[in-house]
Design a protein. Structure first.
Length: 176
């Protein structure tokens, strides 16, 4: 995965009805540790990382690259939305395209926050880099993620086996 390319970063914070999307800051570190160490969050992502390792290795400001959005609710981080260029994607249909990822803390699931935040990030992208399709890879067994992908307008390109399970590759066309 590589940076997005020629975008101005960070953008002004993006406000939605209930959330704010902004670049990561040092004050988000504890929430990043919680997110990356959560077994629940990583059921379909190959397992969590040990908390002690994260405490040791995460930089002061975690994930500060263009396309990395912290999602904030009432002043606290509840999730992370990632837009990256999938240069090394194992499927040719996705290689070089922009790739969407999302992780939310379990206490924030089931309220539509992920859908609201991802829609806002995709809206920002459509302005910042117009005309680009976006891909998304998720385990097909990850029902919440599959529902979210459909809500956001991704449609199936293919399914493939990787990392010991079936993966779903979706695409969202720029002129939808
Ligand atoms: C994938 C993930 C982000 C989905 O989160 P989520 O909270 O289920 O997703 P949504 O924001 O779409 O919210 C879903 C539910 O909120 C409810 N909801 C939607 N809008 C709402 C609103 N405005 N007010 C209240 N509730 C609402 C609905 O019940 C909806 O369920 P539905 O999908 O059956 O319609 C979350 O499960 C997660 O972080 N998983 C771990 C990381 C992961 O697996 N990522 C995928 C790999 S990239």
């Amino acid at each position: 995965m590589e940076d997005l390319g020629p975008v101005s970063w960070p953008p002004a914070p993006i406000s939605t009805e209930r959330l704010v999307l902004r670049a990561p800051e040092a004050r988000d570190r504890a929430a990043f540790v919680e997110l990356l160490a959560s077994p629940e969050v990583h059921v379909y992502l190959g397992g969590p990382r040990p908390e002690e390792e994260l405490e040791r290795e995460l930089p002061g400001t975690p994930e500060p690259w263009p396309g990395s959005f912290v999602v904030e609710l009432d002043g606290s981080m509840i999730g992370h939305v990632l837009l990256r260029r999938a240069t090394g994607h194992r499927r040719p249909a996705a290689t070089g395209k922009l790739d969407l990822g999302y992780l939310f803390l379990p206490r924030a699931w089931g309220a539509g926050y992920a859908a609201e935040a991802c829609a806002a990030a995709l809206g920002w992208l459509a302005e910042a880099l117009p005309g680009e399709p976006v891909v998304l890879t998720t385990q097909s067994a990850n029902a919440a993620s599959m529902r979210l992908a459909a809500k956001l307008g991704f449609t199936e390109v293919e399914r493939f086996e990787a990392w010991g399970s079936e993966q779903w590759l979706g695409l969202r066309s720029p002129d939808r």
